[in-house]
Design a protein around this ligand. Structure first.
Ligand code: B12
Ligand code: SF4
Length: 461
């Protein structure tokens, strides 16, 4: 795989291609995952990635847009299309490949993008004509020309240093594509936004530096505000809800502050992933609250300092967790807290400590996942001899992957179920949410109650 990736980079300076009068036609597909858990159930977020793909492609192609997650159906006969373009994460790769094989068998050009094809180029190419590495914007002109000239290459990859397009050149995603479906009611009311991309750090379990490059890129806050206002104009009201898709809205604090200042007074609510060390600063959290933040998504990962050290998460200081939570709650901001189990440092008491922490600090929306080495990362290579799960459908962070050193399988899974049932039991929900007015946080907890009571050991195998 690596020789293919390294040899085929492409030039970025080219004259924009002019589409012929008779345009080729793309079918852009968001495939559903076959994972048995609740990943694609309920309301799903509008697929920003594919809206961005379609926004580029509409300049040169006719576009049909389908999202299997909301109930759209991919036709068996694909004869009206020239190109089938799909996005893939690991958990829906099998579905993507099945659709890719069907389209190839009908003589179509199949283009795959997204995190899984980027991490697993050689595998993806068995089911596609071409793989787009990382993002469409940085290679779009060449890809388009090659489609019309019928000279598609197997891999389209931005040149490592200069090849990633600045985000300031990112076109505003056209949401009309997602709104065309008769099933749009199945989309979450939260509209996706993206302000930043890239990460210079390179943790051994993470896909981000590879898919977005090592340089941190930002969109101008004016562009962000213009996008939000366009949504407000479309909806005819101000009080919309947004979700930032960024890995960490605060990688560059000065940028986050500029963005939050620009958001003040817009009348919108939003949530975002954030590294918890920024939540220690009261002034910063005040500003976020004024800017409309209603929830931060925070990766606590573990309440054990030993595990935090083991996963090299320097931004997390367990000793500061309580102060950080209090700081966020004081401003009326809720916390979606991510907790991962299954590291070699975990013991049976890790579950009790996590339960105690969540209850004491009234984390509104705890999410429990199983440590999952994703293919293409150094951690996956390291863990491969121990990994028992080789079905991509189960790479959803809710399946048993390998036996943690200090936790035999049965004990691990029983504890994993027990903590979810306990945290989402009615008394625990009442205690955590306390006097909170009835709102979407309550609804999420009620849904999680029903979900957690149905869990069995088999669910995770
Ligand atoms: C925001 C986010 C979410 C959100 C929203 C997801 C959604 N509906 O889009 C939420 C919180 C719901 C979520 C949930 C999950 N997520 Co998530 N999530 C992300 C995050 C931080 C950003 C993704 C994003 O939207 N980026 C913005 C869009 C615009 O960029 P993009 O998707 O990369 O698309 C661009 C390119 O990839 C390319 N492209 C993409 N598709 C295509 C297709 C074609 C044809 C072409 C040409 C190009 C192309 O062009 C696009 C435009 O530039 C990523 C990390 C990351 N940096 O990617 C993790 C990530 C994608 N998530 C991950 C995981 C594991 C999950 C969960 C399983 C976690 C969980 N236990 O809940 C679930 C699964 C949900 C699902 N059904 O897929 C992993 C996936 C790893 C993997 N190998 O599959 C990632 C990579 C994080 C990680 N651990 O490294 N996630
Ligand atoms: S986990 Fe965060 S800091 Fe580490 S490489 Fe991924 S995005 Fe960067």
């Amino acid at each position: 795989m690596s020789s293919l990736i390294e040899s085929e980079t492409i030039e970025q300076t080219r004259t924009p291609f002019v589409a012929p009068t008779k345009r080729k036609k793309w079918l852009v597909v968001q495939p559903k995952s076959d994972t048995p858990l609740m990943v694609d159930s309920g309301k799903v977020s509008m697929p920003l990635n594919l809206m961005m793909v379609a926004t580029q492609a509409k300049n040169h192609f006719a576009i049909d847009f389908l999202d299997e997650r909301i109930g759209d159906t991919v036709p068996v006969d694909l004869s009206e299309y020239d190109v089938i373009a799909m996005t893939s994460r690991t958990l829906n790769a099998r579905r993507v490949y099945a659709l890719g094989d069907r389209a190839l068998a009908q003589g179509k050009q199949v283009i795959l993008g997204g995190v899984h094809p980027t991490m697993m180029v050689t595998e993806a190419l068995r089911h596609a004509t071409s793989v787009v590495f990382g993002e469409i914007e940085s290679i779009y002109d060449e890809l388009t020309q090659d489609i019309y000239e019928q000279t598609l290459k197997p891999l389209y990859k931005p040149e490592p240093t200069a090849g990633w397009k600045p985000l300031t050149e990112m076109a505003r995603p056209d949401f009309a594509f997602a709104r065309r479906s008769k099933h749009t009611k199945n989309y979450s009311e939260r509209l996706p936004l993206l302000a930043t991309k890239g990460c210079p750090v390179g943790c051994n379990f993470c896909c981000t530096p590879r898919i977005y490059g090592k340089t941190f890129r930002t969109r101008e806050s004016d562009q962000m505000i213009a996008e939000i206002k366009a949504h407000q104009d479309f909806a005819g009201r101000e009080n919309l809800r947004f979700s930032f898709m960024d890995d960490n809205i605060c990688f560059k604090p000065a940028y986050a502050e500029e963005l939050f200042n620009a958001l003040v007074g817009l009348g919108t609510k939003w949530n975002a992933n954030i590294s918890m060390n920024f939540l220690e600063k009261s002034g910063f959290v005040d500003l976020a609250a004024q800017a409309g933040c209603e929830m931060f998504n925070v990766g606590f990962e573990s309440v054990s300092p030993e595990t935090i050290k083991y996963v090299h998460k320097g931004s997390n200081r367990v000793a500061n967790y309580e102060e950080i939570v209090a700081n966020v709650h004081k401003r009326g901001i809720a916390i979606q807290g991510y907790f991962i189990f299954g590291f070699d440092t975990d013991t049976p008491s890790s579950f009790q400590h996590t339960f105690d922490f969540i209850m004491k600090n009234r984390i509104e929306f705890p999410v429990f996942t199983i440590a999952t080495p994703f293919p293409g990362t150094p951690w996956y290579e390291e863990m491969l001899p121990r990994i028992v799960q080789h079905d991509w459908n189960k790479y959803d962070t809710f399946h048993y992957m390998y036996e943690p050193e200090k936790l035999p399988k049965e004990q691990f899974l029983k504890n994993f179920i027990k903590i979810q049932r306990a945290i989402y039991s009615w008394p625990a929900i009442l205690q955590r949410l306390g006097p909170r007015k009835p709102d979407w946080v309550w609804l999420v907890n009620i849904a999680m109650h029903h979900f957690s009571q149905r869990l069995t050991v088999e669910t995770f195998l």
